[in-house]
Design a protein around this ligand. Structure first.
Ligand SMILES: CCCCC/C=C\C/C=C\C/C=C/C(=O)SCCNC(=O)CCNC(=O)[C@H](O)C(C)(C)COP(=O)(O)OP(=O)(O)OC[C@H]1O[C@@H](n2cnc3c(N)ncnc32)[C@H](O)[C@@H]1OP(=O)(O)O
Length: 304
């Protein structure tokens, strides 16, 4: 990856402790004596989220890279939020394409191993990170376009739903949807709200109860994605769409986005702790743990 952009990062001594953790996560190194440091955009490429900025165009491409299936581990979620925050603060960037570096998979959704056989404190930490990811993406001031270049179940679909526009590859093997009920679990209310805001109430009711995973043409029909194109055109189409959205003055577009989305985000913001408690007690149930374990086993057996 050839990247040339230069980003100014303040001295670590001036940053809060969490920012030092962030620097470590992103692999930024401050030279001895440090009074601020210039890092090349290559350093911006962390392990599980690659960011390719194009300052001339005012955009960046963010690629998830957590093989084999881009499951949303705690580590990936943390890097995603940090990378997004950095882009939000970068005055040269106004729009971002979200896509995958893993062939054939956009994201397999939440990491089942983070929700199985762990303790309540871990479940709480994990759920807080999932909430944070959703809130940051859903309320982002940037134009976000999803370039869905592979399967996108559950949490993968949620990421796509937070975007302002979704372009999907036309391979009928790639499916997208909130399939939680197939795992014996329930999509949280804010997943549901995001879906209802995208495809409407009746279509959501059907899709959520049946845990429907839509192939691209059906996803287009129901309004879950906005455009279906051949696989090799997904990213270029997403970049063209980004350019169209970026032709609108930022302040007017951002205020409009906020007006449309804030009430939905506020529903979660008003009850974040209660939502974490609900998740922890739900996921800790023996019956739910059994369902998830059986589902994981089925995924593993599929190979053999
Ligand atoms: C009433 C109160 C309610 C409160 C709310 C409570 C609960 C709700 C909580 C959460 C909502 C959940 C959201 C989610 O996102 S759950 C995750 C859902 N995801 C899926 O169902 C996708 C599962 N995966 C697949 O279907 C396939 O893997 C794939 C993505 C289509 C890719 O298929 P492929 O054939 O290419 O790969 P494999 O299937 O062979 O998988 C390779 C490897 O990856 C492992 N794996 C797959 N998905 C996950 C995952 N999500 N998490 C962790 N690991 C995953 C798979 O087991 C294989 O592992 P192996 O060790 O065998 O290599």
């Amino acid at each position: 990856m050839a990247l040339t952009a230069v980003i100014r990062v303040p001295s670590r001594a001036l940053l809060r402790p969490w920012a030092r953790l962030r620097d470590a996560a992103l692999g930024w190194i401050e030279p001895a004596g440090g009074g601020g440091v210039e890092v090349s955009a290559q350093r911006f490429a962390s392990q599980k989220v690659l960011v390719e900025p194009d300052p001339a165009a005012g955009v960046a491409v963010m690629k998830f890279k957590n093989p084999p299936v881009n499951s949303l581990s705690l580590e990936l979620l943390t890097e995603l939020v940090i990378s997004l925050e950095k882009l939000e603060n970068d005055k040269t960037v106004r729009g971002v394409v979200l896509t995958s570096d893993c062939p054939g998979i956009f994201s397999a959704g939440l990491d089942l191993t983070e929700m199985c056989g762990r303790n309540p404190a871990h479940y709480a930490e994990y759920w807080k990170a999932v909430q944070e990811m959703w809130l940051r993406l859903y309320l982002s001031n940037l134009v976000l376009v999803a370039a869905i270049n592979g399967a996108s179940p559950a949490g993968g679909c949620l990421i796509a739903l937070t975007c302002d526009y979704r372009v999907m590859a036309d391979n009928p093997k790639y499916c997208i949807g909130l399939n939680e009920t197939l795992l014996g679990i329930v999509a949280p209310f804010w997943f549901k709200d995001n879906l209802v805001n995208t495809i409407g109430h009746r279509a959501s009711e059907r899709a959520l109860q049946l845990g429907l995973l839509f192939p691209p043409t059906e996803a287009l029909q129901v309004g879950m994605v906005d455009k279906v194109v051949p696989k090799d055109q997904v990213q270029s189409t997403a970049l063209s769409v980004l350019a169209q959205w970026m032709a609108i003055p930022d302040h007017a577009r951002q205020l409009t986005k906020n007006m449309m989305r804030k009430p939905t985000a506020d529903r979660l913001l008003k009850q974040r702790d209660a939502d974490i408690q609900n998740f922890v007690s739900f996921i800790s149930r023996d019956s739910i743990q059994k369902s998830l374990q059986m589902y994981l086993e089925k995924l593993k057996q599929k190979k053999g």
